[in-house]
Ligand binder design. Sequence first.
Ligand code: GLN
Length: 274
Amino acid sequence: MQLSSTCACKSHAQLDFQLLICHLPVLYGISAVCDGGQTRSQPMEGKAISVGVLCIQGAFIEHIHKLTEISKQNEIPITVTEVRRPDQLSSLDGLIIPGGESTTLSVFLKKNDFEECLKSWICNEQHPGVVWGTCAGLILLADELTGQKKGGQVTIGGLKVQCSRNTFGRQMDSFESTIKLKHPPLYEATPPTPPSYIQPLNEDECHGVFIRAPGILKINDPSVTVLATQGENVVAVQQDHIIATTFHPELTNDTRWHMYFVNQIAQRKERKGQ
Ligand code: GLN
């Protein structure tokens, strides 16, 4: 498998969206140099954070925008790669599988022999990569799935939960609601000012956009931690390096979930001494 270095990606400009941030190395000890308008990154031994977003279908561009935003705001050097080929996985520290339509994603993954590569990237215990599935992404990551398309659909698996595909009903039943955050790292940042039609949020809350959202019906292993709930519903979980949300944080003005994801990556890299 070919590693996608910055230079290699430049020659694949139509496939890879590369983001090089030229700021002070505040959080992760990265040095980057601005040179006559050109940006050259000089990561200190593998410290730059390389995030891939699966760009096949669904809300991938919104995730890219959020990663760009937090990178600029917090001066974190993040390299974002639009992932459309299995060989792009090997260089990533983290991967977002966006929401959209899980059956469409499944068909593409199967057709392109992508599914096995994703499985081994996610389930490889040596790999420091963190994966975050939002909505359809969660459906693909769940070990147990109900309400699949007739004839079944390909999933990646790895997350020990039972997921129901369209638990809240059809498109028309999509809704927005306040979510309760359970996990302290998310409290560190201040919640954003919500749009006027939404109640102001407390620090341990976020706004949830649920679009034909899946449900987490059952947690099948104690290694799965609940990160957030909406009423009685579990809407975000984490099992070691796998994060999954039934809603769409990329469609709100809140950057805390993306910060959380990037922090998880940084912590893993630090533990592995990378
Ligand atoms: N329920 C949808 C599916 O089966 C997912 C919806 C979403 O990602 N917003 O794919």
